[in-house]
Design a protein around this ligand. Structure first.
Ligand SMILES: *Cc1c(COP(=O)(O)O)cnc(C)c1O
Length: 234
């Protein structure tokens, strides 16, 4: 049986080690923090509660119906819920009403709907634009070139806070190869900040198998599922 306390400690340790290494190489500013997003999709609420009791507050979900059930049943109201999955237009209202973050905004239309449907009494919705950084034909996300056009429209939408970029690069096993798309994502965010006079501060990149490479290239959020919770149930 895997022990959740050990898993959480272990991942936090990996994050700390990777950060220290990146300070030493001066790739990353010494005051930088990395947020661990616990990806709880396809895991029951009970497992979320165990990590919560160990101090974890940010959880990521990919399926709207499943997430809403957990959010509604969860006794803790200070959890920060992040939506990280593919978004169908008919699900944007539920997402806008129940999440604080959306990492997977991959079309202008989705941004427009989230903006229109974000309840007035809630803070602006934090969004990341998903980038198809390895430019794979089947993958969702803006291409690194078309994101410039999209952002021109997205910056004018109310009730959204454009926090940064998210990517799921093509898997690679070697550290130096893993770094390349993460570096490109970081550079892209800086270009977009310059061109649009934005202050995006979030790079949502790195998963169980490549979090060290992502942190070496400036990740500010790593999204970890399997390495925290074990294999998913379905
Ligand atoms: C499932 C998922 C993760 C977590 O993946 P693991 O391999 O289980 O760590 C991270 N990001 C996204 C977008 C996901 O859908």
């Amino acid at each position: 049986m895997s022990n959740s306390l050990n898993q959480l400690d272990h991942i936090n340790y990996r994050i700390e080690q990777a950060l220290e290494k990146s300070y030493r190489s001066a790739a990353v500013q010494a005051d930088k923090k990395v947020l661990l997003l616990a990806v709880s999709k396809r895991h029951p609420l009970e497992k979320i509660l165990v990590l919560y009791e160990q101090g974890q507050r940010d959880f990521g979900e990919s399926y709207v119906q499943e997430a809403l059930q957990k959010i509604q049943q969860c006794p803790y109201k200070d959890i920060i819920w992040h939506f990280i999955g593919p978004i169908q237009s008919n699900k944007t209202r539920d997402i806008a009403e129940h999440f604080q973050w959306v990492h997977s905004v991959d079309r202008l239309k989705i941004a427009q709907r989230l903006s229109a449907q974000r309840p007035e009494n809630l803070p602006d919705l934090n969004i990341c634009l998903q980038i198809n950084i390895s430019e794979e034909p089947q993958k969702s996300g803006f291409s690194p070139t078309e994101v410039f056009n999209a952002l021109e429209n997205i910056i004018n939408l109310p009730h959204l806070k454009i926090r940064g970029l998210m990517a799921i690069p093509r898997p690679e096993s070697e550290f130096e190869l893993q770094r390349i798309p993460f570096r490109r994502l970081n550079e892209l965010m800086h270009k977009l900040n310059e061109q649009f006079k934005l202050n995006m501060d979030t790079l949502s990149m790195g998963m169980s198998g490549d979090l060290e490479a992502a942190i070496a290239e400036g990740a500010t959020i790593v999204r970890i599922g399997t390495a925290l919770f074990g294999p998913r149930e379905t």
